[in-house]
Design a protein around this ligand. Structure first.
Ligand SMILES: Cc1cc2nc3c(=O)[nH]c(=O)nc-3n(C[C@H](O)[C@H](O)[C@H](O)COP(=O)(O)OP(=O)(O)OC[C@H]3O[C@@H](n4cnc5c(N)ncnc54)[C@H](O)[C@@H]3O)c2cc1C
Length: 374
């Protein structure tokens, strides 16, 4: 007998929502279940006292793919926000990514030639192939930038000393010999005016969604309801950790309202000193130019982002794609390939650090494959 739904979608994050939207439009019946009490996964934004707050960390949409850029704009109008974070080390402020503004502040120089000479001279201390993150960073940007802007930040982020971390983590560090503080190289970039939640709301319009439901709390019941399943949770948990746990990094967010109009003058300020326990402070109103426009307000909302170890039950924000975990993941992936009725998607289902545009691309491809199978 045919089951009630064509698809059970576990997780109302971006992957689940894009997939559900595509299949719903093709006349398929979908049920989405989500363990949190809201839709959107980590791109969820909440309007708090007139400010759209990115509750799970700063999210800036960027892509080089015009198809994806056109796709996302069906669901929201985007502003011209350009990510240009600032790094704070002790009381010194530096522009990111590393560019002529950074070098000029660091060394009091003004031309690309001068900056290149200093970096070349400092790189020389690393001979041969870099053996760890510290050596890799110095071989890319020299010791001064490494000490002030990379070391403490990275050690807090990963909870390990830079000499214990593998070099591949920072295979590339954006270094530019121009005065340009735009963090991303992508052609298209912006923030949805009014926040991200509206996007997922529109994607899920007309689709049945149950919030506050953990798939694992009654797996059999949910499985019986649908012909096929799309799983966007942790793949190792799906298989009951039979090959062991995959590693993740977690985060803790501390959000507060302050009675000042403008706290730090920028949406993102990175704190690169090891002794300050958080890595960044986000001031949300700057994502929507609220100090430069008509919608001014005399308060602000900031979020401090603290890196944290992940233990079972914590939110798994970042997969740790090192050699050891990749090997474990490959074994889970092999199991997943044998499934005929389960699709694994998204950051946790595919154990990959995906940005939003990657997730959309993957979900669209996945929906296309499903439609082609018919
Ligand atoms: C701090 C941070 C900053 C980021 N910044 C950017 C950025 O600036 N730009 C960018 O493009 N990308 C950014 N990203 C990445 C972006 O968040 C992801 O690409 C995107 O949210 C992934 O969507 P997803 O659906 O795969 O996963 P998720 O958003 O994690 O959604 C998965 C959903 O499944 C639910 N779920 C899991 N297990 C179960 C279960 N057992 N039962 C029911 N529900 C379950 C979860 O609660 C979650 O809602 C950032 C990520 C983080 C963590």
């Amino acid at each position: 007998m045919k089951k009630k739904y064509d698809y059970l979608i576990v997780g109302a994050g971006l992957f689940g929502a894009v997939f559900a939207n595509e299949m719903f439009q093709k006349g398929k019946s979908c049920l989405v279940i989500e363990k949190r009490d809201h839709i959107g996964g980590n791109i969820y934004t909440q309007n708090m006292n007139g400010i759209n707050v990115h509750l799970y960390g700063a999210h800036i949409f960027h892509t080089n793919n015009l198809k994806i850029w056109n796709y996302i704009q069906q669901f929201a109008e985007f502003n011209r926000y350009t990510n240009s974070p600032v790094a704070k080390y002790k009381n010194e402020l530096y522009n990111l990514p590393f560019n002529m503004n950074t070098f000029s502040k660091m060394w009091g120089i003004s031309t690309p030639d001068e900056a290149k000479k200093i970096i070349e001279a400092q790189k020389k201390e690393i001979e041969g192939v870099p053996q760890n993150l510290e050596e890799q960073a110095i071989s890319l940007v020299g010791r001064d930038i490494y000490e002030k802007l990379v070391k403490g930040y990275t050690e807090k982020q990963w909870g390990k000393s830079a000499t214990e971390l593998p070099a591949f983590i920072i295979k590339r560090l954006p270094v530019r010999f121009v005065y340009d503080n735009n963090y991303f190289n992508d052609k298209y970039q912006g923030i949805p005016i009014g926040g991200y939640t509206q996007i997922v709301e529109k994607m899920l319009k007309g689709i049945e969604v149950k919030l506050g439901v953990d798939y694992f709390s009654d797996k059999e019941k949910w499985d019986e309801l649908a012909e096929k399943k799309v799983f966007t949770g942790m793949i190792d948990q799906f298989y009951d950790y039979c090959y062991g746990e995959l590693e993740y990094r977690s985060l803790k967010f501390e959000t507060e309202q302050l009675n000042v109009e403008n706290y730090q003058g920028n949406a993102v300020v990175n704190y690169t000193e090891y002794d300050i326990p958080y890595t960044r402070i986000i001031e949300h109103k700057h994502f929507e130019f609220m100090c430069q426009s008509d919608n001014r307000c005399d308060h602000t909302i900031i979020t401090k982002e603290y890196p944290a170890d992940w233990n079972r039950g914590d939110e798994p924000y970042y997969p740790v794609n090192d050699e050891k975990n990749t090997k474990i993941y490959e074994r889970y992936k092999e199991l997943s390939m044998r499934e005929s009725n389960v699709i694994f998607g998204g950051r946790l289902g595919m154990y990959k650090y995906f940005d939003m545009h990657n997730v959309i691309e993957e979900a669209l491809k996945c929906a296309e494959r499903e439609i082609e199978k018919e």
